[in-house]
Design a protein around this ligand. Structure first.
Ligand code: PMP
Length: 416
């Protein structure tokens, strides 16, 4: 009987959430109309929480490539990369990505989650130590757990804290891996990658960066936050996903270390799950070509991010970071965040609700992600809808807080 007891609290928890209106954790898009719009509850809604940073979900070349792959290679591979699921195009995609990043090795996994799970758990073992930023994504936590390594969390974005924790390690413990993200998905803040890499290397640790939210959108060529900061050559392992800027599904990890190739024969999440479908592989290749050929998409994304950030700042909302493709509005508590989320949906704007325990420092957030495809009119409509949120806070006597506040440093739980 005890097995299911852990779920006893959920009816009440969900009851509290549903008392405010819709279920924020099961929104159904009845029809997706464009990169920035979908029909939700019979209403055309502006999408401001989808990670479609480059706006390529309806890119014609990606759609054509996917259709062609379906015709030529069928619907699925029915096997893992290690066994019968490696097609020439999986290899080709690995070559494309390695060339795009200027790295010599790349391994493609079936999801971004599995890329981190698979790479981290193969790179580190029970005899090693992993030092991870306290705000890292859940799949980085899970990869660390699967590795069996000793896990040490350091303060979010603090090279000084990383340095301190590396100094305290037993000198005999030589297998060391430092893991961080480029841009963090909850607050939209960016890691000081140069300082972190320097601390890692000075203490003999390898440096691993997950650029899931920064690949495509950061750097002069879209190679991520490491490129933007001029430190791509200091990254030992570079992971990312195909589900955001590349508008598909899948993920990869890349490296200049020749030994990295052996991850293919030691990584359980690579060896024991089916590979990406041919249509997904081909659409990613086409989207990558678009990102390389159309730098103006990146410019549009950043212009949009700045317009949204300025519009919400002007209303006095407490924003968690400087302008970036993720703009997070800090709410005073969980209840206000849920009510605000419902008010936005009712006004035709979909954002992400992020509440404890899935957020750093137990923050309650309305999280927005911008797309290169958003129009000025859509961004202005999003800002206009936020007036309802401001009104709710005013009615409850709650402050909106000062705009432009930097994300808090401690973390209570992994981001989702
Ligand atoms: N890394 C980070 C930082 C993420 O935010 C996510 C997903 N949101 C992933 C990895 C996993 O990617 P995917 O959803 O494509 O599996």
């Amino acid at each position: 009987m005890a097995l299911l007891d852990k779920f006893d609290m959920y009816p009440e928890l969900y009851g509290q959430i549903l008392a405010h209106g819709e279920n924020p954790f099961g929104v159904c898009m009845d029809e997706v109309v464009s990169a920035t719009r979908a029909m939700i509850n019979g209403r055309e809604t502006i999408l401001a929480g989808t990670n479609n940073y480059m706006g390529l979900t309806f890119d014609q070349s990606s759609i054509d490539a996917a259709k062609d792959a379906l015709d030529r290679h069928g619907t699925g591979t029915t096997g893992s990369r290690f066994a019968n699921g490696t097609y020439a195009e999986h290899r080709q995609l690995e070559t494309d990505l390695a060339q795009f990043l200027g790295l010599s090795h790349c391994i493609v996994f079936s999801t971004g989650y599995q890329a981190n799970l698979g790479a981290i758990s193969a790179l580190a073992g029970p005899e090693d130590v992993i030092l991870m930023d306290a705000d890292c994504h859940a799949c980085i936590y899970d990869g660390c757990k699967l590795s069996g390594a000793t896990i040490v969390r350091f303060r979010h974005n603090s090279a000084a804290d990383l340095d301190k924790r590396l100094s305290r390690l037993d000198p005999a413990q030589k297998g060391r891996l430092v893991i961080v993200e480029g841009m963090y998905s909850m607050f939209g803040d960016v890691a000081p990658l140069g300082e972190l890499a320097e601390a890692a290397h000075r203490h003999g640790a390898y440096f691993y960066v997950d650029e899931a939210h920064s690949f495509g959108s950061f750097g002069p060529n879209g190679r991520g936050a490491a490129e933007a900061q001029g430190v791509l050559d200091q990254v030992d392992f570079y992971s990312s996903t195909f589900s955001k800027s590349l508008s598909s599904i899948g993920g990869f990890c890349a490296s200049n270390h020749d030994a990295f190739e052996f991850v293919r024969s030691t990584s359980r999440p690579y060896m024991f799950t089916a590979s990406m479908s041919p249509a997904n592989v081909s659409s990613v290749r086409a989207a990558l070509a678009q990102i390389a050929a159309q730098p103006h998409l990146r410019d549009a994304l950043w212009r949009n991010a700045e317009r949204l950030h300025a519009g919400l700042s002007a209303q006095g909302f407490d924003l968690c970071a400087a302008p970036s493709p993720v703009v997070a509005v800090r709410m005073p508590n969980k209840e206000a965040a849920i009510a605000g989320w419902n008010a936005l949906l009712a006004a035709g704007v979909y954002v992400n609700l992020a509440i404890p325990p899935g957020t750093p420092n137990a923050a309650s957030l309305l999280r927005l992600s911008m797309s290169a495809a958003h129009t000025d009119a859509e961004i202005d409509a999003i800002c206009e809808a936020f007036r309802n949120v401001g009104q709710l806070l005013a009615d409850a006597g709650a402050a909106r807080g000062g705009a432009g506040q930097v994300a808090s440093q401690a973390a209570a739980a992994p981001a989702t």
